[in-house]
Write a protein that binds this ligand. Structure first.
Ligand code: FCB
Length: 444
C-alpha cells in the first residue's frame, strides 16, 4: 500500500479535483443570473450555521482564469465543475443567457487549452427559484424544463466536454431538501421527497436520451452518493434496520437507474408515500449509462435502538463528525460489482473537512492527506479485485461554501482566505501533485 503510485493505475486513469457552481462562483446576480433556491435558502434564519451565503464564495466567477492555472499546476488531467442553471437560464424556462454561457465557454476552453478534461455536472442543487415557485422538483413539469436546459448545454458545450452528469446526488436533493428540510428548498415531507426522487430519475433518463439524439459526444451519466451499510451488531433488529437503510439509501437510487425498477419491499413499505409513476417512466429512467459517478465520504453503521456512536469504531472522525473508513469504499465497490451489471465507475467526489494548521505560507493538513491517500488505495484495492473504476476526483479543489455548514467546514486541498481571496496549496495538494507527477516522468 505504501508503494502505491500513479503508475499502479491504468495510464488513462482520470485524476481530478471537483467543485460546484454555488459553492465557489459567487457573483450571485452578475450578468443577468437568476436566483437559485440556495440563494433563497441562505436567507432563512438559522438555515446556515454561520449565517453566510454564496454571494461572494470563492469569487471563482471573476478569478476563473488564475484558478485554472492553479488546477493545471496540480497536474490533474480532469476538472469536475457544475453549471449554475439560473446563470444560463435565469427563470429555468424560456430565454437563455448568453453572458452566463460565456462564463462556462471560457472555462471549458481554458481547461482544454491547459490540457485538462472538463467534467460537467448539470444539476448540483442550484435550481432556479422561478421553478421552485411553480413546485420545483415535486412538479412533473420540471422534468421537461430540465431536459430543455440539458439540451441547450449539450448544444453549446457538448462537443468540448468529456462528460456530462445530469444530477449530483439525487438522495441529497430528495431527502435533505424535501424530507428533513436541512437543505434547500427546506421542505419536510417524505411523500414529496419520494416524488422528487422520481422526477430526478425521470429527468435524468429523458435528458440523456435527448442529448444522445442531439449527437452529443460527451460521456453521459449521473452521480450518486453511496455508502456501504453495516449492522452495528448481529441482532435481528439491527440486521433488519440495516436492510432498510440499504434499500432506502442505495437500492432506491441504483435500481431504477440500472434496472428500471423500484425495490419491491421498500415500495410496499412506503404505502401512500409511494411515488406516482406514469406508464413508460421506468423505461425512460433506465437508459444505458456511459458512467456511474459515486461520491463516497463514509460508511453507514446502523443500530436499531439508538444512533450508532462513531467513537465506537476507534477510527478518526472528520470535522463534519464523519468516520474515516477507506475500507468502506472498497466494500461499497465490491458489493455494487457483485449485485449489479455496472457501467464504468468514476469516484466523482471523495475528501474530508479538517481544521488546517496555518503556519506562515504553509498549510498543514496531514489528516486530509492521509484521508485522500487511504481512499486512493481503497479504490486501487477494489480495482485489483475486479471492479472497473476509470477515475478519481478529490472533493474539493477549494475550501468553499459547505451548504448548511457555511464556510466553517473546509474541504479544500487549496486553502481560501476569505478576507483576501488568496489561495494557498495545502500539504494535501502538494502531496497530490507529487503523486500525480510520478508517471509524467515515467517513474514511480
Ligand atoms: C457532497 C456534495 C458536495 C460537498 C460534499 C462535502 O454531498 O456533493 O457538494 O458538499 O458533500
Amino acid at each position: 500500500m505504501t508503494s502505491l503510485s500513479r503508475n499502479s493505475f491504468p495510464r488513462d486513469f482520470v485524476w481530478g479535483v471537483a467543485t460546484s457552481s454555488f459553492q465557489i462562483e459567487g457573483a450571485a446576480d452578475a450578468d443577468g443570473k437568476g436566483a437559485s433556491i440556495w440563494d433563497d435558502f441562505c436567507r432563512v434564519p438559522g438555515a446556515i450555521a454561520d449565517a453566510s451565503d454564496g454571494r461572494e464564495a470563492c469569487q471563482h466567477y471573476q478569478r476563473w482564469a488564475t484558478d485554472l492555472d492553479l488546477i493545471a499546476a496540480l497536474g490533474v488531467n480532469a476538472y469536475r465543475f457544475s453549471v449554475s442553471w439560473p446563470r444560463v437560464q435565469p427563470l429555468g424556462s424560456g430565454a437563455f443567457n448568453d453572458a452566463g454561457f460565456a462564463f462556462y465557454e471560457n472555462l471549458v476552453d481554458g481547461l482544454l487549452a491547459r490540457g485538462i478534461k472538463p467534467y460537467l455536472t448539470l444539476n448540483h442543487w442550484d435550481l432556479p427559484s422561478a421553478l421552485q415557485a411553480q413546485g420545483g422538483w415535486s412538479e412533473r413539469a420540471t422534468v421537461q424544463r430540465f431536459v430543455d436546459y440539458a439540451c441547450e448545454v449539450a448544444r453549446r458545450l457538448g462537443d468540448r466536454v468529456s462528460s456530462i452528469c445530469t444530477h449530483n446526488e439525487p438522495w441529497v436533493i430528495a431527502v435533505l431538501g424535501h424530507e428533513t428540510g436541512i437543505f434547500a428548498p427546506g421542505l419536510k415531507s417524505r411523500k414529496v421527497a419520494i416524488q422528487v426522487a422520481h422526477h430526478l430519475f425521470l429527468s435524468h433518463g429523458m435528458a440523456v436520451t435527448a442529448m444522445r439524439q442531439l449527437g452529443c459526444s460527451a460521456d453521459l451519466g449521473i452521480v450518486l452518493n453511496l455508502s456501504p451499510v453495516e449492522a452495528a451488531t448481529e441482532s435481528p433488529a439491527d440486521r433488519e434496520a440495516t436492510r432498510r437503510a440499504h434499500d432506502s439509501g442505495l437500492r432506491w437510487y441504483v435500481e431504477p437507474l440500472l434496472q428500471g425498477v423500484y425495490p419491491g419491499e421498500m415500495l410496499a413499505e412506503l404505502g401512500e408515500d409511494a411515488p406516482t409513476v406514469m406508464p413508460g417512466d421506468m423505461e425512460k429512467i433506465r437508459v444505458p449509462l456511459d458512467f456511474l459517478g459515486i461520491n463516497y465520504y463514509m460508511r453507514t453503521v446502523v443500530s436499531a435502538a439508538e444512533p450508532w456512536d462513531v467513537k465506537a469504531s476507534g477510527n478518526p472522525v472528520t470535522d463534519m463528525g464523519w468516520e474515516v473508513c477507506p475500507q468502506g469504499l472498497t466494500a461499497l465497490l465490491l458489493r455494487l460489482h457483485r449485485d449489479y451489471a455496472l457501467p464504468p465507475i468514476l469516484i466523482t467526489e471523495n475528501g474530508a473537512a479538517f481544521k488546517d494548521e496555518v503556519s506562515g505560507a504553509e498549510v498543514h493538513d496531514i489528516q486530509r492527506q492521509a484521508y485522500i491517500q487511504g481512499h486512493i488505495a481503497a479504490v486501487h484495492e477494489a480495482m485489483r479485485q475486479g471492479v472497473r473504476v476509470d477515475g478519481y476526483f478529490v472533493w474539493s479543489l477549494f475550501d468553499n461554501f459547505e451548504w448548511s455548514s457555511g464556510y466553517a467546514k473546509r474541504f479544500g486541498i487549496v486553502r481560501v482566505d476569505y478576507d483576501t481571496q488568496q489561495r494557498t496549496l495545502k500539504d494535501s495538494a502538494l502531496w497530490y501533485r507529487n503523486f500525480l507527477r510520478a508517471t509524467a516522468a515515467g517513474g514511480n
